[in-house]
Design a protein around this ligand. Structure first.
Ligand code: XCC
Ligand code: SF4
Length: 663
């Protein structure tokens, strides 16, 4: 059993039994049938020209053109990073068009919801705001932002949000990015046959393009989403397949963009639509999300989530989904195959993403509310076609919505919002450090296991955790995004969370919202007490179950911003020791951050804690001491932590004299 375990999620487990019963195949089975190509998985297959493909199997071998193992591994990694940066940034670009339309009135249904943020963004883009209407400012912001994507020379404006020292490092290394479009094109050019054939040099350009994503495309995507749909604040909602309803029309929104999904939320809540659903025999319309479209609508509208990446096919398997509405990225083509056995309509909506066999109802921001209504109506019309339904009961509460603005406000209040208390807590040792645990699911490893173990491990060690993307949805499923998660927290972290009134794991948004984490890091570095650069902060970034090229771009922009980043699963450059060394020790000496691939979650945790302690020591901070804080009211937590350190497997509630109602 344990060997063949595919998930730690009981809802997923129930659905996999159901799939077996019905003879339906999902990624969880396909992964067993698809053995990875040993050469490709090492990063050593080059198909960049028709003299090849050249499949290298050992150091010293070269391709027909003479390309070495390290050149090929570096080119492959660089192209993956370029694709990831392109995905995020193209998403950001589309939001600029919607903002423009919202301001001119050409995109009815959209409006400027956060004028304060609009003015802040305008200031950072150098746009005058005095005495101007929000629409006038928004037109300029949209145009200036669009120009940022294609900026041919100089550097993107948001780099000025980084600590001064960081900016200097980028300029010195000549990796301060121009527009992300240009940096991505340059990677494709450089990695074309017979061009850049020096691994280190190729990978420098990867950092440049990734920075164009993190501090450019992604950061603009986050900012403009906040302007259009509101900057998130904490709220309560629910996650996992149990949010689906057996007596309502279930519509799942899956993918990444908030533009159409926000309109679908409005259409699904429209009393006329609900009446229409009732006329078809349903009790109402239930909306749920998957992947980052879910994160976007979860944190702003409280729309429940049906789960993370590997839940997409499982949701269809419930037989309860009338429509699976998808936009862009992370959408399995396999959805159409699974849906063939059920009544579910797979509806593609993006002009950039059609799937053979799916119903295409193309999104157009000029008539978004109308299209959203047509989609909801199609789902309602499909309700009478429903067959047998099997919905697992599992669902959990969560509190998402910790934008960096909210974190600042919660720590310092409305007028004096600041990260000071966070820095102080790290300096005093109440918090050992911070960890960003982000990224995907990957069926090559047990679903959610590495995420869950790592987050718990950090909490026990007084490390505050911030999350985005599918990682956040994972923690949510196991109750880690709510106050109850405090039971895993060490005494110092517990003290901080109780004082401020936050859970020990903060959900900061979707994958493009990793840019929010950059902003927090930059502010921590400039706040004082933790050095003067992101690379000084006792923190780490981790993608324990990554699968997408976007994750590689995210990891790379964090490294280039000074962070230590660890990826699980496997290394895409395993076949080249030189490239492994360049992105590890090499990048550390250049930019202060490094990228490592480590399949063992226990080792990821240990390496992270060692790094955090090393950074604490470099700052001259007191050594982390788990017994120092929380003495008075928290003796039992210390006793528990001590017992655990000694290897005992005890729950904090079972410790002597402690009953669970004390928590
Ligand atoms: Fe996709 Fe953003 Fe990965 Fe989830 S976490 S599987 S990229 S949805 Ni970004
Ligand atoms: Fe082979 Fe070189 Fe062509 Fe790549 S570019 S396929 S290594 S000949």
């Amino acid at each position: 059993m344990a060997k063949n375990r595919k998930t730690i999620d009981p809802a997923a487990e129930a659905m996999l039994s159901r799939a077996a019963e019905l003879g339906v195949t999902t990624a969880f089975q396909r992964v067993d049938e698809m053995k990875p190509c040993p050469i490709g998985s090492q990063g050593l297959c080059c198909k960049n020209c028709a003299m090849g493909p050249c499949r290298l199997t050992k150091e010293g071998q070269v391709g027909i053109c003479g390309a070495t193992v390290e050149t090929i591994a570096a080119r492959n990694l660089a192209r993956a990073i370029a694709a990831g940066a392109a995905a995020h940034s193209d998403h950001g670009r589309d939001l600029c068009f919607v903002l423009h339309g919202a301001a001119t009135g050409e995109a009815p249904g959209y409006r400027i919801r956060d004028e304060f943020k609009l003015r802040e963004v305008a200031r950072d883009l150098g746009i005058a705001t005095e005495g101007r209407s929000k629409e006038e400012i928004a037109v300029d912001v949209a145009e200036k932002a669009l120009a940022e994507f294609g900026k041919q020379s100089g550097e993107i404006l948001y780099l000025s949000r980084a600590p001064k020292k960081r900016q200097e490092i980028w300029r010195e290394l000549k990796i301060a990015p121009r527009g992300v479009d240009r940096e991505i094109v340059e990677i494709l050019h450089r990695t074309h046959m017979g061009n850049d054939q020096d691994a280190e040099h190729i990978l420098d350009q990867s950092m440049r393009a990734a920075l164009g994503d993190g501090w450019g495309g992604s950061m603009l995507a986050t900012d403009i989403s906040d302007i259009l749909f509101g900057t998130p604040n904490p709220l309560v909602t629910q996650v996992n397949l149990g949010v689906l309803k057996d007596d309502e029309v279930n519509i799942i929104i899956h993918g990444h963009e908030p533009t159409l999904s926000e309109m679908i939320v409005a259409a699904a809540r429209d009393p006329e639509m609900i009446e229409y659903a009732k006329s078809k025999g349903a009790k109402g319309i239930n909306l749920a999300g998957i992947c980052c479209t879910s994160n976007e609508t979860l944190m702003r509208q409280g729309v429940p989530s049906a789960g993370n990446f590997l839940h997409q096919e499982l949701a269809v398997l419930t037989g309860a989904v009338e429509a699976m509405v998808v936009d862009i990225q992370c959408i399995f083509q396999g959805l159409v195959g699974v849906a063939e056995d059920f009544h579910t309509l797979v509806i593609t909506t993006s002009p950039k993403a059609k799937i053979t066999g799916a119903t295409h109802m193309e999104f157009d921001e000029h008539r978004a509310p109308q299209i959203a209504r047509e989609i909801v109506k199609a789902a309602v019309d499909n309700y009478p076609n429903r067959g047998p339904v099997f919905i697992p009961a599992d669902k959990e509460n969560l509190v998402p919505g910790f934008s960096h603005e909210y974190i600042r406000y919660m720590l310092g209040g409305y007028y004096r919002g600041s990260l000071r208390p966070l820095n102080d807590a790290i300096m005093a040792g109440r918090l050992r450090g911070v960890a960003g645990v982000v990224g995907c699911n990957n069926p090559r490893v047990v679903q959610d296991e590495a995420h869950f173990d790592l987050v718990k491990g950090f909490l026990e060690n007084d490390v505050l955790v911030v999350q985005t993307g599918c990682g956040a949805l994972c923690s949510a499923k196991y109750g880690l995004l709510q106050g109850e998660a405090m039971r895993y927290a060490g005494p110092g972290l517990r003290e901080i969370c109780e004082t401020v009134g936050i859970p020990p794991v903060l959900h900061m948004g979707s994958c493009v919202d990793n840019s929010r984490i950059l902003t927090v890091l930059a502010e921590m570095a400039t706040e004082g007490g933790l050095g003067e650069d992101i690379s000084d902060i006792p923190g780490v970034g981790i993608a324990p179950e990554w699968m997408s090229e976007k994750a590689l771009s995210i990891g790379t922009y964090f490294v280039a911003s000074g962070a230590y980043v660890l990826f699980g699963v496997k290394s895409p450059v395993e076949g080249s020791e030189t490239v492994t060394d360049i992105i590890g020790r090499g990048w550390e000496s250049k930019v202060g951050g490094k990228l490592e691939f480590e399949p063992d979650p226990a080792k990821i945790l240990q390496k992270s804690l060692d790094h955090i302690d090393k950074k604490r020591a470099a700052l001259g901070l007191p050594q982390y001491d788990p017994t120092r804080f929380g003495e008075s009211g928290d003796r039992r937590w210390n006793a528990w932590l001590k017992a655990r350190r000694e290897g005992a497997k005890v729950s904090p509630y079972s410790m002597a004299g402690v009953t669970s109602d004390e928590t």
